[in-house]
Every structure is written in structure tokens, then in C-alpha cells.
Design a protein around this ligand. Structure first.
Ligand code: FES
Length: 135
């Protein structure tokens, strides 16, 4: 169980971005957001319509009424279920990440993921860059 951040760091609007490593060694971005009940939820940082479309492009995802809005085509994903019932991503659900809140700390409790660092994957590590050839 790895501590990601504190609940204070998860904004009312927008998102808190961090990077994890998948069990196969790939890096992936995750966002923490507040849903309409002010509960914190964690989702992998990509749209289900086009999976190379990030929801948080480094400046926080666009959120409204506890939902996450895809910056490309504007589909809105429910912040607590991840489900989308509108636009191009209708019928899809964001990829969930397991977290646990203990008092004011947010922990990563997803067995498939290891916490790397706060913030997004650095540009050097983006898919297609030479740094991935080692895998
Ligand atoms: S890429 Fe997100 S709705 Fe199209």
C-alpha cells in the first residue's frame, strides 16, 4: 500500500495527476478526482473513445458536477462510476484504479500497479520515445 498524496491535494475542480507502473513495466497515468458526493475516485488518464486521448493533459482534467469531460470530443464520464452515457464515448466506462482513503491520506491499493511519482509520465518516457526500447 503506497501513499499517493493527501486528500487536501485533490482539487474541487480538476484532477490530481500521478504516474504508476503496470505489472508489465509500462508506465500509465492516473487521475484522482472528486465526484458529485465529494468522494475521491481514481481513473486511468485516458478516454475510452480514443485511448491515446488523455483526460488530464498536465493542467488538470476538466470536471463539472463531479464528472470528467474529455477534452477532445466532450463526452462526460461520471466521476463515481466512470460511466459515460453521452457523445462519442457513450456506453463506455473509464478504467478504474483501486485506492483507499485513510484519514487524510490517499493510498494506491491496486495490486496490478506500483506508484511511481506525482505528475504525468515525463516526455522522455512517452510511448514511441527511444527510452522504451529497453522493454
Ligand atoms: S476522444 Fe474522448 S470523446 Fe472522443
Amino acid at each position: 500500500m503506497e501513499r499517493i498524496t493527501t486528500t487536501d491535494e485533490v482539487p474541487e475542480q480538476g484532477s490530481f495527476l500521478f504516474t504508476v507502473t503496470e505489472s508489465d513495466g509500462r508506465e500509465e497515468e492516473v487521475i484522482l478526482i472528486r465526484d458529485s458526493e465529494d468522494e475521491i475516485a481514481a481513473w486511468k488518464n485516458f478516454c475510452q473513445h480514443e485511448i491515446d486521448q488523455r483526460l488530464d493533459r498536465g493542467n488538470g482534467a476538466v470536471t463539472r458536477d463531479g464528472g470528467v469531460i474529455c477534452p477532445k470530443h466532450g463526452s462526460i464520464f461520471d466521476g463515481s462510476t466512470g460511466y459515460c452515457d453521452n457523445g462519442k464515448a457513450a456506453g463506455s466506462t473509464l478504467a478504474e484504479v483501486d485506492i483507499t482513503i485513510n484519514r487524510t491520506d490517499v493510498y494506491l491499493t491496486d495490486d496490478d500497479l506500483a506508484f511511481e511519482h506525482v505528475g504525468g509520465i515525463s516526455d522522455d518516457d512517452m510511448p514511441g520515445s527511444s527510452s522504451h526500447l529497453g522493454f
